[in-house]
Design a protein around this ligand. Structure first.
Ligand code: CA
Length: 231
């Protein structure tokens, strides 16, 4: 038992057909699953079990997935969230990211697409290969192998998306990255969203990385983008 980690996945979906289908597919892949048919049930289950991932429908009838995801992040809960959004609704995707979701899948989706996304997140969370790759910017340390971040020795908890953003900036330290490039590299979005997704996440990062320190690492290049400064 000790080397085998069985991942437990919460599926929050109020349409029984979709929920049961996803659940059966995940079970056939060897995952443990729980199915919640409402937002209230999802929160109840979340409070009882530890999940590797949450598949969260954007509209659960009694509550929106956006609302639930936002409250997770506000309470410093970093479980990966894959949001199920409505077809073609760009606002849904943007809202999903702004609420702190790590990824989204558009309905109707092919199950293989959802499974592939799940595997990406599980692989990232297992990540540790024993070889430690550490990136340093002044007193900020990013352990790329196990996704741990610390500043001046104190751990900083980041969501996967925040981690990806910080890593992008640190790998290019001293060089400003445009908002457009950030959207592409961190969110995989190759268009301007017309909203402030990047600004919102930069603020999240600043709160976690810079707020308690007198020297600020994350800098703004006005009208362009952001960079990490070692000065
Ligand atoms: Ca729904």
């Amino acid at each position: 038992m000790e080397n085998i980690k069985v991942h437990r996945i919460l599926i929050a979906e109020d349409e029984p057909k979709i929920g049961l289908f996803v659940q059966q597919e995940l079970i056939s892949q060897g995952y443990e699953t729980d199915l919640a048919n409402s937002g209230a049930k999802a929160i109840e289950l979340y409070n009882q079990h530890k999940y590797s991932i949450i598949i969260l429908d954007i509209n659960l009838g009694d509550m929106s997935g956006i609302q639930i995801c936002r409250s997770f992040r506000e309470n410093d809960i970093h479980v990966p969230v894959i949001m199920l959004t409505a077809m073609g609704d760009m606002n849904d995707k943007i809202l999903a990211f702004e609420s702190g979701a790590d990824d989204y899948v558009v309905k109707p989706f092919h199950i293989s697409e959802l499974l592939a996304r799940i595997k990406v997140f599980l692989k990232r969370s297992e990540g540790n290969t024993g070889i430690e790759e550490i990136l340093k910017v002044k007193d900020l340390e990013i352990n790329i192998s196990n996704k741990m971040v610390s500043r001046n020795g104190a751990n900083i908890n980041l969501t996967m998306r925040e981690f990806a953003l910080l890593l992008l900036l640190c790998k290019n330290k001293g060089h400003a990255i445009s908002k457009k490039e950030i959207l592409l590299k961190v969110w995989g979005l190759d268009f301007e969203t017309g909203t402030n997704t990047v600004e919102v996440y930069i603020n999240f990062l600043r709160n976690k990385v810079d707020r308690h320190f007198s020297s600020k690492l994350i800098r703004t290049k006005t009208g362009f983008g952001y960079y990490i400064s070692e000065e």
